[in-house]
Design a protein around this ligand. Structure first.
Ligand SMILES: Cc1cc2nc3c(=O)[nH]c(=O)nc-3n(C[C@H](O)[C@H](O)[C@H](O)COP(=O)(O)OP(=O)(O)OC[C@H]3O[C@@H](n4cnc5c(N)ncnc54)[C@H](O)[C@@H]3O)c2cc1C
Length: 815
């Protein structure tokens, strides 16, 4: 039946899978009228209809867990609200570990779950056997039980959300394909669509791309980056097994499998280590409730392990061999938010096989975001602004997603690096570093030297939850920075020029620190949102009266550019990404001055080149701009060098460095040094929901300079007092390690989590940062408490400090 297509809407949601239905449900709940959802065929006909329906609440971070918990609660309530049975039952879940390393991982997760208020219990193999009598537990090392996890009927969840949306006034039309998104002056103005061969236009200022595996291509047509690619995902369903009673969901990640009992049958699904990308040449126009051909050879190794794990499967006949496509992303995380390229173009797609459990919460968060113009809490992990433009490349995506599917159940070791689709973005020094033992990691496509192997040492990570094979390399690099001089390649920094007549006024409005400084000065600052939360953490160097250089982490560049562009009004200022134009070589350590003086005729004394200033210098036979700043807490210079001269400058430094013991250092050392100094890391310690004063960055905020975004919130917090503080911790026992997400225990009670951690090779123990609630308390009260950090169930005594434990008076930096 043809349904009337409205000429106008407040929002057009593209795609009627669980994602689109959830966004429609939540927007209409918020009182949005004129919500229109268009589905090219029938609701749920893409990926949603065939999902296994596992609802696991425990996710990698507090906010992701919050969203998953929200989904589970919503799915329980939806039935009463809409009359559609969602099949949601909270029968619990068990995850078993078959190795000691996995045991550490699931126990660490259990500690984290407790910190997030998720009900969790470590259980013995015997207890597992009691709950799951069919399971072979002979080699099970440990297990955790989450009693409130569960399973559901995914298609009905989507149908219930759709019905709930309709009940609140949304219009949902099937059989309408969106053919293009119309734009004018950088913003969405409408969509064109097709129904039964007829073409229509809907005027709208907002679209939401919920098109699942179609989402990348749809976005590309509008110049928007949504890097995702489909992979084949397999499960089997057995014939009914006599006597099979209700069972919890079971995950055996070491065998890449999950098990779900449903109506007396077993469903066994796989996240195999090497997946099969699908749909490289596009998706058939008539795709609707389709399945892909079975591939028994591919599934056989999984099935073999499953039969050993659950011997009753040997005799149970296979009723269904299912293979369906699902979209995966380069980092295994979905996309949410407004695309930086186009105003009014929103995305909720790329769910990496957890779209059912995620969509309830994600739809709520996105609706809130669209309604308020800002996310309800930190969503950086899944923010569409983390996508890199190059990641649209299909060859890259095809290779990468063959790995990301399996990562769902792979060991989530700290520092784990992607193995596929590497080497896309390289510093001009890449080959130099490689020849000197660099072992690379990847961030935003950039290859970065994480540590340097010694002569004859294996140049590969050996992952573990204990000390990894590069621990000693890091120690030596770290101590070289503290006592001698180290050289880091930080070419991956994002570099943005803001220039023009109004550049100063524009930056004054966006940055919390004073920007009206002499040319040549470097200012450490944050860009805040209206709540005083930190949107960006950066240094701004005034190059001239009208030109500024903004330096940001490589991972946040797209987000930072988007923030700048979004806030540019009619000021005359031009924003240009110049990241690829300059390499950055950081010379750091007490002997940095001695080294600089060997390679340059310029004067590097405190008088000639004080902290917080930038100067052009001669170096070797070339030129650089030397910035006297540091992220490791030592005397040092960041040398910004035109990329064509980077190799020359590197060779010059290396040759002269022999006399002063110059050591090449990697990113792991940068991180271990910065955490001793309690320098914050964006995305971990500071996010858009962390108030700049509570993050301990008040020294970089100048409310007296006049108005800027976030000033009101700064003044309000000054009046009301802090409700939490970012504290630095050092474990008393030098053995255990902190990575992040360990639980902070204050006077015997869990009060938060470690936001970032590394090993303090100088301070002699693991160091972490984390927020401690402190309403109505003074700094002294906070420090007077007894602290422990809970790691995988064990509590370790920790010293707490609100001032950097390393060089609290910054004497070394200004040396
Ligand atoms: C075998 C398998 C098992 C899974 N098990 C689980 C599980 O246990 N738990 C879990 O949480 N997740 C699971 N998933 C993942 C989950 O199914 C997906 O993440 C989720 O369904 C994705 O929903 P979506 O709405 O993003 O995409 P889809 O369901 O694919 O919806 C996208 C819709 O957009 C429509 N569309 C596309 N282009 C247009 C256009 N131009 N105009 C109009 N409409 C358009 C499509 O027709 C489609 O209906 C599983 C997936 C698979 C394959």
């Amino acid at each position: 039946m043809t349904k009337l297509i409205p000429a106008k809407a407040r929002v057009v949601i593209i795609g009627g899978g669980v994602s689109g239905c959830s966004v429609a449900y939540h927007l209409s709940k918020l009182g949005w009228t004129d919500v229109v959802l268009l589905e090219r065929k029938q609701l749920t006909c893409g990926t949603t209809w065939h999902a296994a329906g596992l609802i696991g609440q425990m996710r990698a971070s507090q906010n992701m867990t919050r969203l998953a918990k929200y989904s589970a609660d919503l799915y329980v309530k939806l039935e009463a609200e809409t009359g559609i049975s969602t099949g949601m039952r909270q029968n619990g879940s068990i995850t078993v570990a078959l190795t000691e390393e996995r045991k550490e991982e699931i126990y660490r997760q259990a500690s984290l779950a407790r910190a997030f208020n998720v009900d969790v219990r470590e259980v013995t193999p015997d207890e597992v056997k009691a709950m799951y009598p069919h399971l072979n537990v002979s080699d099970v090392k440990a297990a955790v039980h989450l009693p409130l996890d569960g399973q559901c009927d995914p298609a009905n969840i989507a149908m219930a959300l759709a019905k709930g949306a309709r009940q609140n006034g949304a219009t949902i039309i099937e059989g309408v394909k969106v053919t293009s998104v119309l734009t004018k002056d950088g913003r969405v103005t409408g969509v064109t669509c097709e129904q039964n061969g007829e073409r229509f236009t809907i005027e709208t200022e907002n679209v939401v791309n919920c098109a699942g595996m179609w989402g990348r291509e749809l976005a590309r047509q509008s110049g928007v980056t949504v890097p995702l690619h489909a992979c084949e995902h397999f499960y089997i369903v057995t014939e009914a097994i006599p006597g099979l009673s209700r069972l919890p969901v079971l995950r055996v990640p070491d065998e890449c499998t999950y098990y779900k009992e449903d109506a007396g049958k077993m469903l066994v699904g796989a996240f195999e280590l090497k997946a099969k990308p699908w749909g490289m040449d596009g998706i058939r126009e008539d795709f609707c409730f389709d399945q892909l051909p079975e591939d028994f050879d591919h599934f056989a190794p999984i099935l073999e392990m499953a039969v050993n794990r659950m011997p009753m499967l040997e005799t149970a006949g296979i009723h269904t061999f299912f293979n369906g496509p699902e979209s995966f992303t380069p980092d295994d995380r979905y996309y949410l938010g407004e695309a930086p390229e186009l105003k009014g173009y929103w995305v909720a797609a790329g769910y990496n096989s957890i779209g059912i459990v995620s969509s309830g919460g994600a739809g709520m968060a996105l609706a809130q975001w669209m309604n308020d113009g800002e996310p309800p809490f930190d969503l950086w992990e899944v923010d569409i602004r983390r996508a890199q433009p190059f990641q649209k490349n299909r060859t890259y995506l095809k290779e990468r997603v063959s790995e990301t599917l399996g990562l769902l159940y792979a060991d989530h070791f700290p520092y784990r690096q992607m193995a596929t689709a590497r080497g896309v973005r390289r510093s001009p020094l890449h080959e130099h570093l490689k020849a000197r033992g660099a072992v690379f990691g990847e961030v935003a496509g950039w290859e970065r030297a994480n540590w340097f192997a010694k002569e004859g040492q294996e140049r590969e990570y050996r992952y573990s939850w204990k000390r990894q094979n590069w621990f000693e390399n890091q120690r030596q690099e770290h101590l070289a920075v503290r006592h001698g001089v180290g050289l880091f390649d930080m070419t991956s920094f994002g570099k943005v020029r803001v220039e023009g007549r109004d550049a100063l006024a524009f930056l004054q409005r966006l940055c919390a620190n004073e920007m009206n400084v002499e040319p040549g000065r470097i200012v450490y600052t944050q860009m805040l949102n209206a709540r005083g939360g930190i949107e960006s953490d950066l240094t701004v160097t005034r190059l001239s009266e009208t030109a500024f250089l903004l330096v940001v982490p490589g991972a946040t560049l797209q987000r930072d550019l988007a923030w700048l562009r979004k806030h540019l009004r009619d000021e005359f200022a031009v924003i240009t990404d110049v990241t690829a134009a300059e390499s950055v070589l950081c010379v750091m350590g007490p002997k940095a001055r001695e080294l600089m003086q060997k390679v340059s005729p310029n004067d590097f004394s405190n008088e000639a080149h004080p902290f917080g200033t930038a100067r052009e210098i001669e170096i070797g036979m070339g030129l650089a701009r030397a910035h006297r700043v540091t992220y490791v807490g030592e005397l040092g210079w960041e040398l910004y060098v035109s990329t064509d001269q980077a190799a020359h400058v590197f060779e010059t430094l290396e040759e002269a460095g022999g006399d002063v013991g110059l050591k090449l250092c990697g990113l792991h050392t940068l991180d271990s040094c910065r955490i001793e100094k309690a320098f914050r890391h964006f995305g971990h310690d500071i996010t858009d929901e962390d108030h700049v004063l509570e993050a301990g960055l008040g020294f970089a905020v100048k409310p007296g300079k006049g108005d800027f975004v976030g000033r009101e919130a700064v003044l309000a917090k000054q009046n009301q007092g802090l409700t939490r503080r970012l504290v630095q911790f050092r474990l008393a026992d030098p053995e255990p390690l902190l990575f992040h997400n360990e639980a902070i225990v204050r006077n015997g009670e869990i009060v938060g989590t470690i936001t970032s951690g590394n090993y303090g090779h100088h301070l002699g123990g693991a160091i972490g940062l984390g927020y401690v609630p402190c309403s109505g308390e003074s700094a002294a009260d906070v420090l007077a408490s007894r602290y422990e950090i809970e790691i995988a169930g064990s509590r370790i005594k920790a010293e707490a400090s609100l001032r950097p434990m390393y060089d609290p008076k910054a004497e070394r930096v200004r040396a």
